[in-house]
Design a protein around this ligand. Structure first.
Ligand code: HEM
Length: 161
């Protein structure tokens, strides 16, 4: 079914056009990479601040709120540039197991990011006054950042699986 869908996308005028203008794919890949680098910095900032630094009242919620906004903006850019690449070479993407794992990991991490932002927004002072961060929080941060890194690795492996 995925193969038929990929063949149908490849036969559309838009896909043909993307193949004719050969600069579009490398340009969209470059933007994809810049956006994912910015996203990773934001995810790292969230995790480092959440797991190791003590904060004045209100500042942690502000920091996380701002960084989550950056993550959403990067996701819009990644979605757009990713779609350009999918439309240009649908079979390369849909039939790759790395692409499928990447999508599954994205479906896992995006609701988690939303929940984190909501939790910090609704209970802004819950973590700021703790001197010692609980170990579950550090483990969760490690798992969160590892998932983003796994998504990057899957992205890089798409052409090879
Ligand atoms: C909805 C969001 C996304 C879509 C639809 C998407 C789709 C794609 C596609 C189609 C490619 C081209 C793969 C190839 O042909 O080799 C790609 C590459 C890549 N993606 Fe994404 N992606 C998305 C989000 C992300 C995110 C969130 C990350 C990481 C945080 C990411 C990391 C990468 C990496 C590292 C590459 C390889 C770039 C390269 O080597 O040129 N992507 N993505």
């Amino acid at each position: 079914m995925l193969k038929t869908f990929a063949q149908w996308i490849a036969s559309t005028d838009l896909s043909e056009m993307l193949k004719v203008y050969s600069w579009i794919i490398p340009a969209s890949q470059a933007v994809h990479i810049i956006a994912l680098a910015i996203l990773l910095v934001s995810a790292l900032l969230i995790c480092l601040n959440l797991s190791s630094v003590q904060h004045a009242k209100g500042s942690l919620a502000n920091l996380i709120g701002n960084q989550v906004k950056v993550i959403w903006i990067c996701m819009i850019v990644l979605l757009f540039t990713g779609m350009v690449q999918i439309i240009a070479e649908p079979a390369r993407q849909f039939l790759s197991s790395a692409f499928q794992i990447k999508v599954l990991l994205l479906l896992l991490i995006l609701p988690l990011t939303y929940l984190l932002a909501n939790r910090v927004k609704n209970k802004p002072s819950s973590l700021e006054i703790i001197d010692d961060r609980p170990s579950w929080l550090r483990v969760s941060c490690l798992a969160y950042i590892s998932t983003w890194i796994a998504i990057i690795i899957c992205g890089r492996f798409i052409g090879y699986t």
